[in-house]
Ligand binder design. Structure first.
Ligand SMILES: Cc1cc2nc3c(=O)[nH]c(=O)nc-3n(C[C@H](O)[C@H](O)[C@H](O)COP(=O)(O)O)c2cc1C
Length: 178
């Protein structure tokens, strides 16, 4: 089969790891939301997650200062709000108000959960050693919540340039990965 060279700038769209998530942070009682797709699991338990936040984003400073955030996982029903949160900055917009999302107090940290998301993971920053070089934070999930009413959430996955894939069919295989 003839292969075609693929632009390096588009490689991330092939490897995009998981669902697009909404990261919440807060400072002085003012919460913010950032859309994120550059995240990856690092450890099972306690769950460690790595993610890259551009230092141009308002959320970068909030996370660096407070060391707390929530990974909120949205489903396709609120996809437009999710992209909206990625097209605006908390430096000048209250995104909860702008996109009609509801902040709920977290149990263990100051940043809020987003009510409209089917899962919420309260996190504390565990390692900042790669922040200055890669803007890469490692966080530990210290409390996880799930909405039991949502049975088969259809998550959204970023392919780049405004293209998204919606999770759908599930298949069961004898995988040794737990
Ligand atoms: C689908 C999608 C995925 C994104 N993923 C990331 C990401 O992983 N890291 C990042 O720094 N910015 C990412 N962004 C861009 C930020 O969400 C965007 O810069 C946002 O305005 C930052 O908000 P803030 O300034 O309030 O922190 C993404 C945007 C979209 C739409």
């Amino acid at each position: 089969m003839a292969r075609k060279s693929f632009p390096l700038s588009k490689v991330y769209g092939l490897l995009e790891p998981g669902p697009v998530i909404l990261l919440t942070t807060a400072s002085s009682g003012r919460p913010n939301i950032m859309t994120m797709s550059w995240h990856t699991m690092i450890e099972f338990e306690p769950p460690l997650v790595g993610f890259v936040i551009s230092n141009r984003n308002y959320s970068f400073g909030l996370l660096k200062a407070t060391k707390e955030c929530v990974i909120n996982i949205p489903a396709v029903e609120i996809a437009e709000k999710v992209v909206g949160c990625g097209n605006t900055s908390g430096a000048n917009v209250d995104k909860f108000e702008r996109f009609g999302l509801t902040p709920k107090p977290a149990a263990r940290i100051g940043a809020p959960l987003i009510e409209e998301c089917f899962a919420n993971l309260e996190c504390r920053v565990a390692d900042t050693s790669m922040v200055s070089k890669y803007c890469l934070f490692v966080v530990e999930v210290i409390k996880a919540w799930i909405d039991p009413k949502v049975k088969n959430p259809r998550t959204i996955h970023h392919l780049g340039s405004g293209n998204f894939m919606v999770a759908g069919e599930k298949i069961k295989l004898k995988s040794k990965m737990k």
